[in-house]
Design a binder for this molecule. Structure first.
Ligand code: ZN
Length: 277
């Protein structure tokens, strides 16, 4: 079981009333710390990372209003990239939440509220919705953010980028974007490209050997070969660029709805030692 699979499993079991539900962080050393981008909503303060079962010292927590990522090179992207490169984050998760006030605020309301704070409309950017990352669907917003983070040149292809939605009342977590699927697809394609690139280099070798040995091959020819190889590689690399699945694929669908107990804040146990046998 991979980290996020175990997180979802522990969360759903805890909500179903299983007193033994828990995560064993020691089993996931290679997948922690977990880097999370969440909203600024203060109700999340007492919810995370407990409902995930991840120890707080292994939870690199980034926040912005609406857990929004608007651009692959934005300030949030910069922090996500450094969370991985400097703080050792192994996986990224965008965590949206239900009842998000950013989603409930219309452009007109936002302009009115800013005006009440003394901010004048003509000093605001023209593209207010785009600039503030206003959205109406919490789910779509998470999916979009995960897609932008996945496509960002600042995030290496081996870092899974997930999307979750947490119920602010119950702490139940839904898995919206499974980042493992994209990483698996990417690495499979990468291996394929590396393999065929190796074959091409082998095929070119006699030509370059001949040139070096005989000194009869005009230099321009070599340049042509190199350019063609670069074009071919560029073409192959472009084929690698894929988008993460926007909906959970078959077999990865979120588990069926569990009848939920009255609102609780599940505390998922964090055990230091290995799982008892
Ligand atoms: Zn929010």
């Amino acid at each position: 079981m991979r980290l996020l699979e175990a997180v979802i499993d522990a969360n759903h079991r805890a909500l179903a009333g299983d007193p033994k539900a828990g995560l064993h962080p020691a089993e996931f050393e290679a997948e922690l710390p977990l880097v999370a981008l969440t909203c600024i909503d203060a109700r999340l303060n007492s919810l995370l990372p407990q409902v995930l079962g991840v120890p707080s010292e292994q939870f690199v927590w980034l926040r912005n209003a609406g857990n929004t990522v608007t651009d692959p090179r934005s300030g949030s992207m910069r922090s996500l990239a450094l969370a991985c490169a400097v703080k050792g984050g192994k996986e990224i998760v965008i965590i949206g939440h239900t009842d998000c006030q950013v989603a409930k605020t219309t452009t007109t309301q936002l302009i009115d509220r800013l005006r009440a704070l003394g901010v004048q409309r003509h000093l605001l950017p023209d593209n207010i919705n785009e600039y503030f990352g206003i959205f109406s669907s919490e789910r779509q917003n998470v999916i979009k953010a995960a897609e932008i983070v996945r496509s960002s040149p600042l995030i290496g292809p081996k870092i899974p980028v997930h999307g979750l939605l947490v119920d602010i009342q119950t702490g139940k977590v839904d898995w919206l974007v499974n980042g493992y699927q994209t990483v698996d697809t990417l690495s499979a394609r990468w291996n394929e490209v590396v393999r065929s690139a190796g074959q091409t280099v082998d095929a070119l070798k006699p030509l370059t050997d001949f040139n070096i040995g005989e000194m009869k091959f005009p230099e321009t020819k070599i340049g042509e070969i190199v350019t063609k190889t670069q074009d071919w590689l560029k073409d192959k690399v472009q084929q690698l660029e894929i988008k993460p699945p926007v909906t959970p694929a078959a077999g990865q669908a979120p588990p069926p709805k569990i009848p939920l107990p009255p609102p609780i804040r599940p505390r998922i146990l964090t055990r230091k030692g290995p799982r008892p046998r």
